[in-house]
Design a protein around this ligand. Structure first.
Ligand code: G6P
Ligand code: ZN
Length: 542
């Protein structure tokens, strides 16, 4: 029986960069998840009899919300729910399923790389029929609905167990429990030359993949160990845990330090990689060298033709605005399109759908292609492996030859976490106020050539996004970008992105912090970071 339950609106259900993210206790308030899910169904196009994909990264509270979402889908007229066994689906696997099952959309339960557990974070994200995150016009419609929500519809009985494969019925709706890995692994096998990668792995090449006790464990074991023949134990921390083993499933220099240290050891593996809570981010490490996400995007774009799926070349590249301009150099040299979008994978969807770009990437460790509409951690790992299998050079050698050909974009991101929200807004406000008078100002040897607040007009659908980050560009092309994170759940996170282009190949082996010293000091000075935040150093540098 379908029940209609009365509820009251919450005033804080505005989706951020990637869906609604709050702490678990916050999400556990009565009707909090229900209201948001109803708002999604209300804002989504007609879905009578349609298919909905549901899955999550396995974090604490996942199962409860999945049960609720299934019952609410039945209460809202969906014809079929496709759900991963145990409620598990990585974000890219969910995107793939939405596409191949021609679903009306999907609900992904994840807070990505944020910690999990009873006091950790939780999140709900809606993806549309192309498999990608809902565009702004839909996330705004969802938010509008949450503000007036007065009732939700839910099937009164329990949702079926998700432990066994197969179909059951909930009212008129079919609930289909599927293997979360199978379709995704088949897709990867289609894109890449598994035979060649198998040969590489069978040679003396060694690799390690850190699943960080998050969702990619079963995917990586099936693909790397079972299908590509990597020795058992190649995948470490491969058991998904509700609290990620108490860790922070963010594949960066801080949280993946153990893996990075192993790769820095002289007798360590040749290749290391990690993914985040929901499997869409990636970290790539070669022996003795960490590949920055911006460089990874550029190298993957420049070498994608070595993998079967991209053998005819790529149509174009897109990157988020704060991502380094390394990829732009590849696009310029190859004569293909280059697009600069606001932060957030959702901005790539129209470009991918229109065939304007094939590969996209962000400084926040996301890379992906038109095979799905999400960034895809294991995809990036496999494309790297495919390239390594063809070129038979080390990661370091590939990077060095890339820089020699295209020049090197030295790059760092400095994060100031849990900053007082008012102080952070004050800092951004003050930068805005000074933008108009910035051009021509001199800071040490640096002269500002232009300064603006990034706004973007989507070239496909014409939609406009404003206020996407302050850019200060210096003559010579160096850049400082300031923006506030849209994914944090506590206070504000100030991100400062610093970049300098170095064409001289004799100057490509400087440590980034050294190559960027003057810009780093200038970024603190212009942003008045110390004065406004009380911080003397960033919490995380990536
Ligand atoms: C999520 C989004 C990305 C975005 C990242 C950082 O992972 O999917 O597209 O780049 O968050 O966003 P933030 O607003 O925290 O800088
Ligand atoms: Zn993620």
């Amino acid at each position: 029986m379908i029940e209609t339950i009365a509820t009251k609106p919450f005033n804080d259900q505005k989706p951020g960069t990637s869906g609604l993210r709050k702490s678990v206790p916050h999400f556990r308030q009565a009707n909090y998840a229900e209201n948001f899910i109803q708002a999604i169904f209300d804002a989504a196009d007609s879905h009578d009899g349609e298919t909905l994909v549901i899955g999550g990264d396995g974090r604490f509270y996942n199962r409860e919300v999945i049960q609720t979402a299934i019952r609410m889908a039945a209460g809202n007229g969906y014809g079929r729910v496709v759900v991963g066994r145990g409620g598990i689906l990585s974000t890219p696997a969910a995107s793939n399923l939405i596409r191949i099952r021609k679903a009306a959309g999907g609900i992904i339960l994840s807070a990505s790389h944020n910690p999990g557990g009873p006091k950790g974070d939780f999140g709900i994200k809606y993806n549309v029929a192309n498999g990608g995150p809902a565009p702004e016009k839909i996330t705004s419609a969802i938010f509008e609905r949450t503000r007036t929500m007065s009732q939700y519809r839910i099937w009164s009985g329990d949702a079926p167990s998700l432990a066994e494969f197969g179909e059951t019925k909930l009212g008129d709706m079919v609930v289909e429990v599927i293997d979360p890995v199978a379709d995704y692994a088949a897709l990867m096998e289609k894109l890449f030359d598994f035979g060649q990668i198998r040969d590489l792995i069978a040679s003396r090449f060694t690799l390690r993949f850190d699943a960080m006790h998050a969702v990619t464990g079963p995917y990586a074991k099936e693909i790397l160990e079972n299908r590509l023949g990597a020795p058992l134990g190649t995948v470490i921390n491969g058991e998904p845990l509700e609290d990620f083993g108490g860790g922070h499933p963010d594949p960066n220099a801080v949280h993946a330090a153990t893996l990075i240290n192993q790769l820095m050891a002289p007798n360590g593996p040749d290749f290391g990689a990690a993914s985040d809570g929901d499997g869409d981010r990636n970290l790539i490490v070669g022996k003795g060298i960490v590949v920055s996400p911006s460089d990874s995007l550029a190298v993957l774009a420049a070498n994608a033709h070595l993998a079967p799926a991209y053998k005819d070349g790529i149509a174009g590249i897109a990157r988020s605005m704060p991502t380094s301009q390394a990829a732009d150099r590849v696009a310029a040299k190859r004569g293909i399109g280059m697009y600069e979008t606001p932060t957030g994978w959702k901005f790539f969807g129209t470009l991918l759908d229109a065939g304007k770009v094939t590969i996209c990437g962000e400084e926040s460790a996301g890379t992906g292609s038109d095979h799905v509409r999400e960034k895809d951690g294991l995809w990036a790992v496999l494309l790297w492996l495919n390239i390594l299998a063809v070129r038979r050079e080390s990661v370091q050698a590939i990077l060095e030859s890339h820089w020699a050909e295209f020049g090197r974009n030295y790059y760092q991101r400095h994060d100031y976490e849990e900053v007082d929200a008012k102080a952070a807004e004050g800092l951004m406000g003050s930068l805005h106020d000074r933008l108009a008078s910035m051009a021509g100002q001199r800071f040490g040897t640096l002269v500002v050539s232009e300064a603006d607040d990034f706004s973007y007009k989507d070239p496909v659908d014409g939609s406009v996004a404003t206020g996407q980050g302050v850019r200060i560009v210096f003559s010579g092309g160096s850049r400082i970008v300031y923006r506030l994170s849209g994914t944090g759940t506590k206070g504000a996170t100030l991100r400062v992105y610093i970049e300098r282009y170095e064409p001289d190949r004799t100057r490509h082996d400087i440590a980034p912090e050294q190559a960027l010293t003057e810009l780093i000091d200038t970024a603190s000075a212009i942003g008045e970071i110390g004065k406004r935040t009380g911080r003397t150093a960033p919490d995380v540098i990536t």
